[in-house]
Design a protein around this ligand. Structure first.
Ligand code: GTP
Ligand code: MG
Length: 190
């Protein structure tokens, strides 16, 4: 399937009727600055759909993007933003956990984005565990593979894949548009 239309609908920071409108939601989560918003842009082919920044902490709301008028891609704030003031960090992490684990909203899938060069951090593995415990339908995206030297890329990807132990695993580069077709296939069906 192809993405033929994408539009920003709304950013929310608490319970909102829009999250109950029956349109399936696919959540994008991961560490601050790992490229969640960039991955959404690369999927839709629109560079400026979701706001991105080289500074961590760019996305601070739960942003809903409507795809093909039938599906929301949900861009979340990142966790582990070490330089943010404690209160901001706590508040963002609370928002993420509430949406994923404590609210009544269900996600069709949760895309956990990991930095392919760094590999999964403790924060990544912790949230992955919670996702598994909550029986979420998980896809791992190893983003920024363009930053790994080609000679060690496969080795590094195998290491990450073994660590996360999730069947759906997509090596990706939002910047170089690598893995876009595969990820769209996983999200929307072939
Ligand atoms: P927060 O909203 O702050 O949590 O960040 P985010 O996860 O949404 O990251 P964002 O998409 O804003 O990207 C962060 C930085 O990483 C930007 O400078 C992007 O250009 C860069 N980036 C994203 N994807 C890639 C990639 O595949 N390769 C490289 N080299 N850089 C990337
Ligand atoms: Mg973002």
């Amino acid at each position: 399937m192809k993405i033929i239309s994408s539009e920003f609908i709304k950013g929310v920071v608490k319970a909102d009727k829009i999250l109950e409108d029956g349109i399936p939601q696919i959540a994008f989560i991961g560490r601050s600055n790992v490229g969640k918003s960039s991955v959404i842009n690369s999927l839709t082919g629109q560079n400026k759909l979701a706001r991105t920044s080289s500074f961590p902490g760019c996305t601070q709301e739960i942003n809903l993007f409507l795809i093909n008028r039938t599906l929301y891609l949900v861009d979340l704030p990142g966790y582990g933003f070490v330089k943010a003031p404690r209160e901001v960090r706590d508040q963002l992490e609370k928002l993420i956990c509430w949406y994923l684990f404590d609210s009544k909203y269900k996600q069709k899938m949760v895309v956990l984005i990991i930095d392919a060069k760094t590999g999964p951090t403790n924060d990544d593995l912790e949230i992955l565990n919670s996702l598994k415990e909550h029986k979420k339908n998980i896809i791992i995206v190893a983003n920024k593979i363009d930053k790994i030297n080609k000679s060690v890329r496969n080795h590094q990807l195998k290491k990450i894949s073994d660590l996360v132990n999730v069947q759906k695993f997509v090596p990706y580069s939002a910047e170089k548009k690598i893995g876009v077709g595969k990820l769209i296939g996983e999200l929307l069906g072939k």
